[in-house]
Design a protein around this ligand. Structure first.
Ligand code: SUD
Ligand code: ADP
Length: 283
């Protein structure tokens, strides 16, 4: 049965660890990182149009229509598939932008999977992930929808099964530039590669943390406050800081103490993205 309208989740991710192994000739850094999803994110609604236009109806502060990763993803998929249909798109945006929880990449992946379904393209995951990589290093993991150990610049993915605790995520009100962190001379760039799977316990370091904490007092403050209750970690290049708890009640308790002064949210970690759980229900 063909569908005309579809609403899909677009979850956040966390980097449970992030090691920088070296710098490539093109300036990009070789990483090893462990991605896990959160049961928390945006919601995107797609509706078929009679013409071929691609139109995002929700305005974003500071992101022009054609620069939005949702629009870029839709246009690339339309071009490369030769599809003649268009789409109307609305988003309920709750994920902070530039916080290292991957909202833009997730929105791009949800768009690719949603339009593959609505436009009935029949693309497989490999093809969608390859297109996704041209939009951003973190897009493929959202297309695959499984927690993963990532290598290269994030494109070589191996599924992993880390524990799924509840997380308190603190959102310092500052946007960290990924490019700025990767160009800092003090960044650790020579961490030896992990050669065994699954990633052995104790490898929870994020090599970006010292540089981000030095440059951004707001992030330093969040790390110090959360660090009083649990191991406080940085996701991606920040700004978000997170800690795991064995139950929602415990995460909520710490949240109540900290969110008086800091913005944050509590969400369950998940090894299968809520986007894929919803799509499986549609098939
Ligand atoms: C490092 C991660 C981990 O999840 O950080 P977050 O964005 O999530 O915080 C991501 O892979 C980020 O991927 P993505 O968000 O696509 O990075 P981009 O915007 O393309 O990168 C901006 C700039 O950072 C530098 N960069 C980025 C990724 C990388 N592996 N090496 C780099 O040197 C490059 O100078 C690049 O021009
Ligand atoms: N749909 C989108 N959602 C979020 N950010 C977007 C989107 N489209 C483009 N961007 C741009 O991408 C940047 C990075 O966004 P995001 O993925 O949320 O952060 P991060 O990579 O730190 O997790 C934003 O600051 C914004 O300028």
């Amino acid at each position: 049965m063909s569908v005309e309208k579809l609403t899909l989740p677009s979850p956040a991710k966390l980097n449970l660890m992030l090691h920088i192994l070296g710098r490539r000739e093109d300036g990009y850094h070789e990483l090893q990182t462990l991605f896990q999803f959160l049961d928390y994110g945006d919601e995107i609604t797609f509706a078929l149009r009679d013409d071929a236009e691609i139109r995002l109806h929700t305005e974003f502060d500071g992101v022009p229509h054609d620069s939005n990763l949702i629009v870029k993803a839709a246009k690339k998929l339309q071009e490369q598939s030769g599809c003649t249909q268009g789409i109307d798109i609305w988003i309920d945006k709750i994920l902070p932008m530039g916080g290292g929880i991957g909202g833009g990449s997730s929105n791009a992946a949800t768009t690719l999977l949603g339009l593959n379904h609505l436009w009935q393209l029949g693309w497989d995951e490999d093809r969608l992930a390859a297109l996704g990589l041209t939009l951003g290093a973190d897009v493929p993991v959202f297309v695959r929808g499984h927690a993963a150990f990532a290598e290269g610049v994030g494109e070589k993915l191996t599924p992993e099964y880390p524990e799924e605790p509840w997380y308190l995520v603190l959102v310092p009100q500052v946007s960290v530039s990924t490019a700025e962190i990767f160009s800092d001379p003090l960044l650790t760039r020579d961490t030896p590669p992990i050669k065994v799977r699954p990633v052995p316990k104790g490898n929870s370091r994020n090599d970006c943390l010292p540089v981000v904490a030095r440059r951004y007092p707001e992030v330093r403050n969040a790390l110090n406050l959360l660090g009083k209750f649990t191991e406080a970690k940085l996701t991606g290049t920040g700004s978000c800081v997170f800690g795991g708890f064995p139950s929602k009640a415990e995460a909520d308790k710490v949240s109540a103490l900290l969110t008086e002064t800091l913005t944050g949210f509590v969400a369950k970690g998940s090894n299968v993205s809520m986007l894929h759980r919803k799509l499986q229900g549609l098939l």
